[in-house]
Structure formats: C-alpha cells, structure tokens
Design a protein around this ligand. Structure first.
Ligand code: SER
Length: 924
C-alpha cells in the first residue's frame, strides 16, 4: 500500500465503525500549556472535560492529526536524524470515543485493523498494559490485560509472553503536566529477522521493536498540584504513528520479508520525494546508513544520510507550522522553530548546501501532502518567503563567524582561548563548532584558556549582581517639616536644617545606623510603590552615604545612614545629592508602570484596576484586579504594546491640580477610596495615560529602554501580579539568571560531555544579552533531552552486558543446584547487582532448567531485590508468589507475582541470606 492508501484505509475502517472523520486541527494549540499540538486528542480536550458537548453521533471521531514534538513534555528534536523513527513533525492517526465505547471495543478494533485487515503477523505483536509503581495513580489495568489475553489466546499465542506490563512512564499518557489523561495500552511490533524477541525489546528504545499504536483510556484530569481528579465519563484516545506504520508495511513488503527489510520511516514514499529533491540539490545519493548510538566519527556517507534525514524531517515541521501561522521568532514556540530551522541549515552546510536551499524544498512538502492538508498549497509562497528570510539572516551570523575563524586560523597552530572566547562571546559561535572546524584543519583549541575567559566573565557577572536592601522602621515625627525639592533638584541641594534626635544606635547586626531628617531634601521618601532614593550627604569635605529614604505618615522624609558614628561630626554647610543613576532607573520603571497599566486595560479590558505596586531600580511589580491568569498571547501583546509606546518617545508631563477638579474624572486613573491631598499631581504620558501620582518620572518614554515582562502570577482571588524590568536594569537580572542557569546546567549534565552548547553572555547591548540568554534557556531543554538520551544509551549498554554475563552465570548456578526433597533448587545471594539483573538471570536459568530459583541481591543502598521462579511443572506443589510472601517481609518489604515468577523488594540487605533460607524452608 502507498502511504496515501494506508491513511485512507485507517479512516475507512473507523468510518465503517461509525466514526465521524474530522480534519486535523492546527499545529497552534489551544491549550496554554503546550508549545505545539502534540497529539490527536488536543482538539478534543474541551469535550473530555465536558466544557463542550460532543458534536458527533454516535460520540466517536477519527482523523489524521499534524503533530510536533520538539520542546515541552514530548521532545524528540535531538534524536532526529540519528535513527529511523524519531521526528519533530509527524502525522498521528487516531480514533476517539467520547464517553461512548471503552476498552473492549478500542482493543478489539485495534486488533481487527492491524491483524485482520492489514495482516500484521500476530506473533510479532506485543501489547503493553499499565501496572503502577509505588505512588503512581490508578491500579493495574486488569481489564485491558483480559481483552488482550483473549485475543492472543484466540490465535494460539501465550499472553504471558505477548502482554508486557509498563509503569507510569510508559503506560500512563499525559498531554502535558495537566489535562485529561489515563492509563494506556500500546501495540509494539517485533521487527527482528526471526521475530523471536519474546517481548525482551519492548520499550527498550530499540529500532527492532517499535510502538505503533497507543490506546489511552482517559479517566482523569491532572491538576497543577499533581493530583488526578476523575472525569465524569470515560473516554478513548488512540494515536497511531502514521510514518511508522508506513515503514513497516512498505519496508517488509507487506510482511513478506523481514530478513532483508530496511525498516525506516525514511525509507517510505512519505520521505522519498524529499530525498529526491535533496539528491538533485546536492548531486549525491542517499545511502540509508545509520551511525551507531554514540558514534562520533561519521563517514562521509553517514554524515550525508544524517543530514538528509535531518533536513527532510525539519522542512516538514517548518512548512506545516508556518502554514498554520506559527512563525520563527525569538521566543516560545517561534524559537523552537528557529532552532529547528538553524539545525537544518547547519546540516545543509555539511553536505555542501551553502546557499539558501531550505526554502526550495517547501514545494515538495506542499505537493506531497497538499491533497490531505490543503493549507500547504494555499500558503506555499508565504512559507517559502518566511523560510528564505530566516535562512538569510542565519547565514549572515554564520558567515561572519566563519570569516573571523579564517582570520584566526591564519595566525597559527592553535586557536587561543581568547580567540575562541571572542568567537563565542561576540559572534555567538558555539565552542564545539569552533572545535569541530579546528579539527578539520588539524588545529587545536586552547580549552583551558577559553575556560579562563569564561570564568572571568562569570566573576564579572557575580560582581554585577551584588546589591543590598535595607528596611527602615517606622519612626516618630521630627521637629521639622520636610520640603521635597527632588522633582527638579537632585544634586548639591543645600540643607538648611538637620535633626537627628531620633533613633540612633546599634542594630542587631552591629551596624550603627542613624536616621536623619533634613530640609529641603532632594531624596524621594518611599511611598506609593516607588522606593526611596539613595545618595550622599557632604560636609567638611566628608561624605556619608544615605542608603535608604522613607516617608513618615505625616509626609516627612527620614534618611538612613550607616556612616555616621558620632552625631556631633555633622556640621553645616551640608549638601545633599541623590544617586541620579539609580533614580533614573526608578523613574524609568515608574513611567513604564503607568504605560503597563494602560496596556493591561487595552488588552484585558477596563475592569483592570491597580491594586498595588513596587517601583524600584531593579524592577517593577504591578498588582491588578483580573479574574484569570493572563494567556501567553495576552502577555506578549501587552509587552509589545508597551515597547511600541516607549519607542514613540512621548513626552511625560505633570501638573498640579486641585483634587476637587479632577476627582472622579474617568480619563484620569485614580484609586477609589484613596485619600488624596487638596492638591494632586496629574502625570500625563502622551495623552493616552493620565494618572494621579506623587512619584517621579522620566521626561520622555524613549529613556525607558525596552521592557520585558518576567512573570505573571496570581496573588489573591481575582488579583494578578506582573513583574517587569526595563532598560539597563535588565543587565544584572540576566547575569544573575545566567548564573542560576549555569548551575542548573551543571546539575543536569552530571559532568557528561554533550552535544548541547551554551553561549556566554556578551558585554553588548541588553537586547543582545537577553537574546543569547534566551537561547541558552532553550538549550537547557535540549540538554535535558540529550542527558535522557545518554542515560538511556548507558542503561541499554548495562542491560546488554548483563545479558552476556547472565548466560555464563546461569550455567554455573545450574551446576551447583541443590536438592531439597524432590525439588531441585538454586538459591543464591548475588551480592551487589543492578536492578533488572535478577530477572535477566532467572530468565536464563528457567530457559534451560526446571526447578525452583530463589535469588537475592542488593540493588542499591538499603535496597534489596528478591526473586522466586518456579517451573510450571512444579506449580501444583509450589507457587512463586507463596515463596515471596515468606521471604520479602524478612528484608523489610513485600512482593508478589504470578505462579511462575514473583519479585519482591525490601530495605535491609543484611537479611538477604535469612530470606533465602526462609524460601528454602518452605520447599522442604
Ligand atoms: N494521546 C495518545 C498519544 O499521543 C494517543 O493518541 O500517544
């Protein structure tokens, strides 16, 4: 069958089962917690949650859904190109029941389609069912087990072999951290030449045994706190990997040949047209070779094949997304797309595709899939334009970096740490790329030197982060009235009167603090959200620092210093100066708070009202009434509206007006119930924002610089909080966040060498700093995926080692079996062993020997593994589960299982021998 026929055949089958065939939903998800549509069920979430009635009669649907899994919970990006079946973009065929049929029909129909209609050999099929681990939701899926059992037995296959249990990770499906979810049952296909893997490869991330269909039995709504709330009805959500099914049907020539089969999603008519195009563009043929896991020295053909797979996968992701209106950008899903595109373009260079080639492949995607997804044809030329522009801008960065690299290479044998750092820092050139290119020239990079520059930069970041916040406590009123002159006068203000009769003494931390009142003062005392000024007081050629300022209830300003040990040291004339650089940052944040207030009302509506604020040199916080969390799109909109307004450089003006005149004026923001004086100040920004405000402001909005919203959260019922940072204040924030990020990276990478790189932050504009940091944040996601991949790889290696070791060990143990009455028994304490070993060893023994096997071992600190296996022929006399019931409590645990095989665990390794003895005693 062609891929088109396979797709049609799936939909026809479910049409016959009275399903309504629906269209794929857009790749732009409705759910706020998703980057992309990542599963067929996404579009049906409101029906599952009963927020919307099911529009289909009967309540069933089927479709093929466009999905992207790159970034977020299901993320396959780093694997793409290196194997036969991972993709960023793929089609998922699915069928759904909305409170209609449940497990029985879902399982029986899956069997009917796959075995009876498509003729998959049943002996090569394995079904997995959910078996929860400790603390996991729901219970063992006995129902699903029983339906699969019936089907396998009907064709004479052993359900004990063909049904495999899976834990929460493999058999409990969640769309994201929250939302509809439930236990699932998957169908896996054994693709080994002989089809004799007996289930041992299921869920081992092995291309020789792959999952083709996932049947999810939706029963819960996962909450943000991790709890599972049962849904009113039970639903079915299935997802079949379209490209995978095509690869099997086409690769085995309809199951006629597994021996010579090249089973790869890429060896299908889904990808062939893309490869044809790439062969035409490069003049080189695709060879279908695959690097081994972890292999780094790729041959020319292997490199080419990886690149072809990467490019043809990625162009599908890009074309489908852009056609759905998701554009590459610097943030969120747009950034994921940008990364995918850049990954493809880089691989293109490796196979000689140097000039804007990527957009040329769009047309192949549009032609191949345009009948099923008409939007591709409709938007083809838009998509091409977007991709070409992206490619162009990326090529420029790459080229500039390469240019500099060439200059450096001319200098000598080694690329100095400083040069590597410059490439890294100024051009955003990942150091592994520098290394790769250096190797190609037989050159080395001075990594130690490079590290030195990096750590110096880290130190600089640390220094920039240092800051102190000191609280000033309430105090009595002084014998003077402060006159505030700091709207206009900020430096060198002559102080006429100064009193300090108030608190003066040691604080808990032994610092001497004096609180001074003086008038007139340029210092703004903290009030109405705006923090107090800091600055200096100069006298007698001495200078003391004012570290904070606050307004008393009567409106006087109290100044705090830690530099004055002797009150008599103060002498007139005194000059007061505000730290104007700090004040400028505060004023930026204050003015932009007003613009934020305006923008929130534009986007969320007039019901938004201010509930509180903080305006400091470091950031601003704005609390406001609004019933629900802001959507990402709303936050983005607010941010971009503000930045547009900032760039207009509107004048910020203020004037004093009698309160009676402006009271209740709807065009002037004012707080209900707030007590205003007789005269108030109206601050006007560009005519669009007018507020009653006693604070200080910039004179024109361009002085603010750009603004970033860094968080949005709820602080009380109906009250939301936005935090944002503007202009130069972003620099220390990003540097501090960068340090945290580096720490996380260290923890996540566990000292491993990975393919993921992180650029260091340049000493450039705040914008550039932020954008590189943003990229690094995204790289962290990639790093997590990479580490997961490496972990899996290692686990697989350990497993293989064990397997090898197990057959030798099994033979040895069989030799030393002892006789207990009429029963042959092997009972051994294996010492320290990795998890899974007991099972592997027991399988080896029972394959070639009959009797009772009792194994114990220490699988971790305070962790015991126990296993009992009883040959079926002995089951009349003894059950493995009964042995385990005797043994497990002795090591402080519990266990159970089937008559032939039971496993248990515990916490006391010192009692393993005793447990084995107890098992043996039960036999005797
Ligand atoms: N939602 C499940 C999955 O994506 C089945 O459709 O695997």
């Amino acid at each position: 069958m062609t891929s088109g026929e396979i797709r049609e055949s799936f939909l026809d089958f479910f049409r016959e089962k009275r399903h309504t065939i629906v269209s794929s939903s857009s790749l732009m998800p409705d759910a706020p917690n998703l980057l992309f549509t990542n599963a067929g069920m996404n579009q049906f979430v409101p029906i599952f949650l009963e927020e919307m009635p099911c529009p289909y009669t009967p309540a069933r649907a089927a479709d093929t859904q466009k999905c992207i899994r790159a970034g977020g919970k299901h993320n396959d990006l780093e694997d793409v190109g290196f194997d036969t079946y991972h993709h960023t973009f793929f089609e998922m065929l699915g069928n759904w029941s909305f409170g209609d049929y449940f497990k029985k029909d879902a399982i029986e129909w899956a069997w009917e389609l796959v075995v009876e209609r498509w003729k998959f050999p049943a002996s090569r099929l394995y079904a997995t069912v959910y078996k929860p681990g400790e603390g996991d939701p729901a219970s063992f899926d006995q129902e699903a087990y029983d339906f699969w059992k019936m089907l396998f037995e009907k064709v004479g296959l052993d359900p004990d072999i063909h049904i495999v249990n899976g834990n929460k990770k493999d058999n409990f499906w969640m769309m994201g951290e929250t939302g509809p979810c439930g236990p699932c049952s998957e169908l896996h296909v054994d693709l080994t030449p002989e089809g004799d893997s007996k289930g041992s490869l299921v869920n081992m991330d092995d291309a020789r045994c792959i999952e083709i269909w996932n049947l999810v039995f939706i029963q819960f709504n996962a909450q943000p706190d991790g709890s599972m709330v049962p849904l009113p009805s039970q639903h079915v959500d299935t997802g079949m990997g379209f490209e995978r099914v095509c690869s099997i049907l086409q690769g085995t020539r309809n199951f006629t040949d597994f021996k010579h089969a090249q089973i790869s999603n890429y060896e299908t008519d889904v990808f062939r047209p893309l490869f044809d195009k790439l062969e035409e563009l490069t003049g080189k043929p695709y060879g279908g070779t695959l690097p081994k896991p972890g292999q780094t020295d790729l041959s020319g053909q292997e490199k080419l094949d990886v690149a072809f797979r990467v490019i043809s996968d990625h162009i599908r992701a890009l074309t489908f997304s852009i056609a759905d209106g998701i554009l590459p950008s610097n943030e969120g899903r747009g950034y994921v797309l940008r990364r995918i595109l850049r990954r493809a373009v880089r691989y293109g260079r490796e196979v000689g595709l140097n000039h804007l080639f990527f957009h040329q492949i769009v047309q192949v995607v549009a032609t191949t899939f345009g009948d099923v997804f008409p939007e591709l044809r409709k938007r083809q030329s838009d998509v091409e334009k977007v991709i070409q522009a992206e490619e162009e801008s990326f090529s420029k960065t790459l080229d500039r970096g390469i240019e500099l690299f060439e200059k450096i290479v001319d200098k000598g044998k080694e690329i100095s740490g400083e040069d590597a750092f410059k490439l890294y820092d100024t051009y955003g050139f990942p150091v592994d790329l520098t290394q790769l290119m250096a190797r190609e020239r037989g050159l080395k990079v001075d990594e130690i030197g490079f590290e030195k520059f990096m750590s110096e930069q880290r130190e600089r970041s640390k220094a920039a982060r240092k800051s102190e916040v000191i609280e000033v406590s309430e105090t009595e009123e002084p014998a003077l009235e402060t006159q505030f002159v700091g709207f206009e006068e900020k430096e060198g203000v002559a102080v006429q009167v100064c009193t300090h009769q108030l608190q003066f003494g040691k604080t808990e931390d032994e610092v001497i603090r004096a609180k001074l009142f003086f008038t007139p003062t340029p210092f703004y005392g903290e009030m109405g959200g705006q923090v107090g000024d800091a600055g200096w007081l100069e006298f007698d050629s001495k200078r003391i620092e004012i570290i904070d300022t606050k307004k008393t209830p009567a409106g006087n300003v109290v100044h705090l210093t830690e530099d004055l040990e002797d009150l008599d040291a103060l002498s007139f004339p005194l000059k007061a100066s505000v730290n104007v650089a700090r004040r400028a940052l505060i004023e930026s944040h204050h003015s932009v708070t007003h613009i934020l207030h305006w923008a929130l009302r534009e986007v969320l509506g007039d019901r938004v009202g201010q509930k509180g604020s903080y305006v400091g040199p470091d950031r601003l916080r704005f609390d406001f009434s609004h019933l629900e969390a802001m959507k990402k799109e709303e936050i983005d909109k607010v941010e971009s509206l503000i930045n547009e307004r900032i760039q207009e450089n509107a004048k910020v003006s203020w004037n004093e007006r009698p309160y009676a005149e402006v009271k209740g004026d709807p065009s002037i923001m004012q707080a209900f119930g707030e007590k205003y004086g007789e005269v108030v100040r109206v601050v006007d920004i560009g005519g669009y924002s007018k507020e009653l405000c006693g604070g200080t402001h910039v004179t024109g909005t361009a002085l603010i610089g750009s603004l970033r919203i860094i968080s949005e959260s709820g602080i009380a019922a109906g009250v939301r909080r936005v935090e944002a940072i503007a202009g130069e204040s972003l620099r220390p924030y990003v540097l501090a966040e960068d340090l945290k990020l580096k720490e996380t990276v260290k923890q996540v990478s566990k000292g491993r060498n990975t393919r993921v790189t992180f650029a260091d932050l340049p000493e450039a504009s705040v914008e550039e700093l932020w954008s590189i940091f943003d990229q690094n944040r995204k790289s962290l996601e990639a790093l997590r995926a990479e580490i997961k991949r490496l972990d899996k790889e290692e686990a697989k290696k350990v497993q293989v080692e064990l397997q090898k070791n197990a057959s030798g060990k099994a033979k040895e143990l069989i030799q030393s079996a002892e006789q207990i009455g009429e029963i042959s028994c092997i009972a051994v304490h294996l010492g320290e062993v990795p998890g899974g070993y007991l099972q592997t060893l027991a399988n080896e023994i029972t394959k070639q020997w009959e009797g009772v096997v009792i194994l114990g071992g220490q699988t971790g600190e305070s962790k015991v593994g126990l296993l009992a296996a009883v040959s079926a022929s002995l089951n009349k006399k003894i059950l493995a589960g009964d042995l385990m019931k005797e043994m497990a409590p002795i090591v402080g645990g519990k266990g159970g299982g089937r008559p032939e095989m039971a496993q248990g665990g515990g916490t006391d390794p010192s009692k393993i021998e005793n447990a084995l003895e107890a098992g043996k005693k039960k036999l005797g």
